[in-house]
Design a protein. Structure first.
Length: 527
């Protein structure tokens, strides 16, 4: 309170750089004037780490790109560019020195490529890359390093966080994973009735589910001699019920993937799995032979019934979406064998080295990221596209349930009104891969076919390990922190607050009026 005050002036001035204003500072000014005190002005200016450089669209190199595009857009027809330049494939492709190459084909020319490379340099991409590899806390909003590259650092070159080499801990966990995998796959690890493990169920959500699920599916042909793997993520009881119906408790191993061992969806499913298991085993001590944990919370793991010796750690500098190379990848190693898991690490390390050492114009992740900038920030029609056009061409008829995934869609790419960059992955169905890339690059004229495919749809094929680095590079370009997940954390926090409020019939008033109304409506009608 401010007694004896004739005037009370409270002035806010906000100036912040964003995609609309393109300004570079964020300033608050507060002015208070009181009769019984001197006039005082408090001004404080915040410079977010994201905003210390000029915005992307204010960068002269970006403005040069925009200017060039406005003058030359109509000449960017891929079919015509290939016909006019017989060396185009060589000029605009990059073959990596591995068993499988990486090819980039896009609606650009040498002039555009040169401007994109200069833009990457002016945006500080190389500096940010070096900071990531050196262990600096580039995830500044959470105060964490971003070191998934340490998980697959096969050179064992020291990588320090807060003055401590993390490679000692990384290698310790990998050795533990190797020993465990060999025991399970060889049959040495027995269940409570003395039978070997035939099935492994990974219970997790987000990065603790999606990464291992994708890799085990992609590398299934290497699974000979390993257990079958199953993934349970959805808190809807149907998911785990359908999975358990296929399994035998005597030969099933559960991997509970939760760093804090408090993640609601994961622990709910873990409790369901344990209840199902104990109905068969009739002995709580048997849990130790059929459940392992990927976590750092030893006491919680022990309370659940898991032997702390069967707990595999990971660290806060491992983001969930980049965690499949950590202990989170235990299901991968069990399925394909630890030797093949090591090859997976080696492939990722190869790409890390490529990102760290290759110049921008020969750097596959950087080039993919720059092409993304080109299409998203320069091809305005693509960026502005919000809805699908015509006849519901936005979903296949065989999509997945719930929030676990959505299928890609081809009709939009072939017949939609917008340009959609397309990435192709091989070697699955290589013939069709080649046919689709040619179809989208070449297209057909009206005379060549009645159902015309618009020529010039950009296409790229890339190695799996490029994509996380592409995301990182684009985050630097856009001045975004690619590694925090406040939206996810907020949802978790709110869910924890709401859950106990649903346990009784009392009216809820602790939220905003909309949320209160929804909760009370649910309690009234579904009590």
């Amino acid at each position: 309170s401010l007694p004896n005050t004739d005037t009370h002036t409270h002035t806010h001035r906000h100036t912040h750089r964003d995609t609309l204003t393109h300004r570079d500072t964020y300033t608050h000014t507060h002015t208070h004037t009181h009769r019984d005190t001197d006039t005082h002005t408090l001004t404080h200016t915040h410079f977010s780490p994201l905003l210390v450089t000029m915005g992307l669209t204010s960068d002269p190199n970006f403005q040069n790109l925009e200017k060039w595009y406005k003058s030359n857009a109509t000449s960017l027809n891929m079919r015509q560019m290939f016909e006019a330049d017989k060396n185009r494939f060589r000029k605009f492709s990059l073959t990596l020195k591995t068993d499988e190459g990486d090819i980039l084909l896009d609606s650009i020319n040498e002039e555009v490529m040169k401007m994109l490379v200069e833009l990457a340099k002016s945006r500080g991409v190389e500096t940010s890359r070096d900071k990531m590899f050196s262990g600096e806390k580039i995830n500044f909003t959470e105060g964490r390093a971003v070191l998934h590259v340490a998980l697959r650092n096969r050179s064992n070159t020291p990588i320090n966080v807060d003055g401590k080499d993390v490679m000692l801990e990384v290698n310790k966990v990998l050795e533990k994973m190797e020993g465990f995998c060999n025991k399970v796959r060889s049959g040495e690890w027995k269940g409570y009735t003395g039978k070997s493990i035939t099935d492994v169920v990974n219970v997790g959500i987000g990065g603790s589910d999606l990464g291992p699920l994708m890799v085990t599916e992609a590398l299934k042909r290497y699974s000979k001699g390993g257990p079958r793997v199953w993934f349970v993520s959805n808190i809807d009881g149907t998911h785990i019920a359908k999975t358990l119906a296929e399994l035998n408790a005597e030969t099933t191993l559960f991997i509970i993937a939760s760093k804090t061992f408090t993640t609601q969806e994961t622990i709910t499913n873990a409790e369901s799995a344990k209840e199902w298991f104990l109905q068969a085993a009739k002995d709580k001590s048997a849990v130790a032979k059929h459940f392992v944990a990927l976590s750092t919370n030893g006491p919680k793991v022990k309370d659940f019934g898991i032997d702390p010796e069967n707990m595999f750690e990971f660290w806060d500098w491992v983001g969930g979406r980049f965690s499949l190379w950590s202990a989170i990848g235990l299901s991968i190693a069990l399925h394909i064998g630890y030797e093949n898991f090591e090859k997976l690490l080696a492939g990722a390390h190869w790409m890390d080295t490529h990102l760290r050492t290759a110049p921008v114009d020969q750097n596959a992740p950087m080039l993919l990221a720059l092409l993304g900038i080109w299409y998203i920030n320069v091809f305005q029609a693509y960026f502005q596209q919000g809805d699908m056009e015509s006849n519901g061409k936005y979903i296949t008829t065989e999509s997945e349930p719930g929030t676990n995934g959505q299928h890609a869609f081809y009709q939009l790419i072939h017949q939609g009104a917008r340009m959609v960059p397309a990435d192709f992955l091989i070697p699955i169905l290589v013939v069709n891969f080649l046919a689709q890339t040619e179809a989208l690059m070449k297209g057909k004229t009206t005379e060549e076919a009645k159902k015309e495919l618009e020529a010039g749809g950009p296409s790229r094929e890339k190695l799996q390990n490029i994509l996380p680095h592409k995301i990182f590079v684009q985050g630097v370009m856009w001045e975004m922190n690619s590694f925090d997940q406040w939206g996810v954390e907020l949802g978790k926090q709110l869910a924890k607050k709401i859950e106990p409020e649903l346990q009784d019939s009392a009216e809820v008033t602790s939220h905003n009026t909309s949320t209160n109304g929804l909760i009370n409506l649910l309690k009234k009608n579904f009590a």
